[in-house]
Design a binder for this molecule. Structure first.
Ligand SMILES: Cc1cc2nc3c(=O)[nH]c(=O)nc-3n(C[C@H](O)[C@H](O)[C@H](O)COP(=O)(O)O)c2cc1C
Length: 184
């Protein structure tokens, strides 16, 4: 598949790091776009600069990127984490950078668009924006970890979210132990 991964300035840089570490060795073509705020938060939370090895990296103002046009054949876009600012702009058709334009394209072309918002608590505008996006065909996966797999490290906690993102992308993975029920 040809996949676009967008990284915005919400907390949770560990999520795209783990997703990209999983996807890098695969045969999928991975294009990545980061907002300015995403780069700052990546450095702050992970203590390292973004590593673009094995990826196609595009600037967020680069409207020459092929996936900015619906005529280029791409399969999926994941925005991870998705700030409420970016989410709101997409929900209202404000396509003023490469990420929001690409999301606009994926919605109009009826392609898979997954947004992974991270904020808490939500206010009504957040909820209404998510509702609008779902009506337009997007998939919303809140960055909400689960604990029934008994994760032992921060990375394992993050992978409980990434595993569900990959599930929605239709990409097999064993990043977390699957729920099998339990005895009381
Ligand atoms: C340290 C830090 C953490 C942030 N965490 C979040 C967050 O979890 N969720 C969110 O929606 N915005 C968060 N923000 C705010 C966004 O970065 C801000 O709204 C920004 O304008 C988003 O721009 P972008 O979507 O272009 O990256 C955070 C900002 C900072 C500085």
């Amino acid at each position: 598949m040809k996949i676009v991964i967008a990284i915005t300035g919400a907390s949770g840089a560990i999520y795209p790091r783990e997703l990209l570490n999983f996807l890098r060795p695969s045969s999928h073509e991975i294009s990545v776009v980061l907002t300015d705020n995403a780069q700052i938060i990546w450095k702050d939370e992970l203590g390292e600069l973004f590593n673009s090895e094995g990826l196609k990296l595009f600037g967020n103002k680069d409207f020459k990127a092929p996936f900015a046009s619906g005529s280029a054949k791409y399969d999926q876009m994941v925005i991870l984490p998705c700030s409420m600012g970016t989410l709101g702009r997409i929900a209202h058709g404000i396509s003023n950078d490469l990420i929001t334009r690409t999301a606009d394209v994926f919605l109009k072309e009826k392609r898979k668009l997954i947004l992974v918002p991270r904020d808490t608590p939500y206010h009504l505008i957040h909820v209404e924006n998510m509702r609008l996006l779902m009506l337009a065909g997007a998939t919303i996966i809140p960055a909400t970890p689960s604990f029934y797999s008994k994760p032992k490290t921060v990375t394992e906690v993050a992978n409980t979210v990434i595993s569900r993102v990959l599930d929605q992308m239709g990409i097999g993975n064993d990043l977390m132990k699957r729920y099998e029920g339990f005895e009381i």
